[in-house]
Design a protein around this ligand. Structure first.
Ligand code: ASP
Length: 294
């Protein structure tokens, strides 16, 4: 535990920087609200930030409207390959999986990797085999493919909707972050994006804050976006400014678009995106219901 005094818990979630700016907003809003409410219930019962971000991301993975778990976009082969990562900021403990096909909640498999303490990132068949040893259920990959994604694929619709992520601060002063995605539409089989990479798509350090990113994974990896956002936070002590400068870096040096959410060690929230829409929702004891920023 990093804090001496109890902190006011908070949770923030995003629903991807590639969301369609007008299509199905109400459905997105309801999904985001349910997700942050699930994470906040963990925090308000005195639970850990790590459990809260996992709970929030699981709700979004189960929701077919988001590009994570069920509803993931398809590869160029018409299959699903998902990436996820999770990190806790006290001891920089982290876990991630990439290119998993038969897991309904990849964030939970990433959490098991974190708990195993041996490795940080497991991919493909090895990650599936690990799932069997730790009792994370496997599913039929066809059950994760939604009709909407199949149609989008047939229509050669390139927009990549709804990667998901969450950041949280608990009463003990611990921060955590998690991100989960089906990746970029039409990606080559075997491609791994930033969402599986600690430092790029996800980072948490309880002395600074927690970050979850979304957008062009290749650009995000180039500039190690999540960690860089915390470096900006350290310099400027302003979460909104740090998020904005980090997204400028993504665009200018990374040569891509996207966004991120950030929660600092004091519970202050920041987010920014270069794309038309990034659904954001957050909750703290100051709010009776989740707040939405879209
Ligand atoms: N960053 C994700 C990836 O590149 C996609 C996204 O956030 O929309 O896999």
């Amino acid at each position: 535990m990093s804090a001496v005094a109890a902190r006011v818990p908070a949770i923030v979630a995003h629903g991807g920087a590639g969301a369609h700016p007008t299509e199905g907003r109400d459905e997105l809003r309801r999904g985001m609200q349910a997700a942050v409410a699930a994470g906040f219930a963990v925090l308000s019962a005195g639970g850990r930030a790590l459990d809260a971000v996992e709970a929030t991301v699981r709700v979004l993975e189960d929701h077919p409207r988001f590009n994570a778990g069920r509803g993931s976009v398809l590869t160029s082969d018409g299959t699903i390959e998902m990436d996820a990562s999770i990190m806790e900021g006290d001891r920089l403990e982290c876990g991630a999986v990439a290119s998993v096909r038969c897991i309904a909640n990849p964030v939970t498999l990433a959490r098991r990797v974190l708990e195993s303490g041996r490795h940080v990132l497991l991919v493909g068949e090895g990650a599936q085999a690990f799932a069997r040893t730790v009792g994370v259920p496997e599913c039929d990959p066809a059950s994760l493919i939604t009709e909407a994604q199949r149609k989008r694929s047939e229509a050669l619709h390139r927009a990549t909707p709804g990667t998901v992520g969450a950041v949280a601060l608990d009463r003990h002063g611990t921060v955590a972050a998690a991100t989960s995605t089906g990746g970029m539409w039409g990606k080559l089989p075997g491609r791994v994006g930033d969402s599986a990479l600690i430092g790029a798509g996800t980072y948490a350090d309880s002395t600074l804050g927690a970050v979850s990113c979304t957008g062009d994974g290749e650009a995000t990896i180039r500039v190690v976006l999540a960690r860089r956002a915390l470096d900006y936070l350290k310099e400027a002590d302003d979460p909104g400014y740090a998020a904005k400068v980090a997204v400028d870096l993504l665009v200018d040096e990374g040569r891509g678009g996207g966004g991120l959410i950030l929660l600092d060690w004091r519970g202050r929230v920041g987010w920014s995106h270069s794309t038309p829409l990034m659904p954001v929702a957050w909750m703290s004891p100051a709010h009776e219901a989740p707040e939405l920023a879209f």
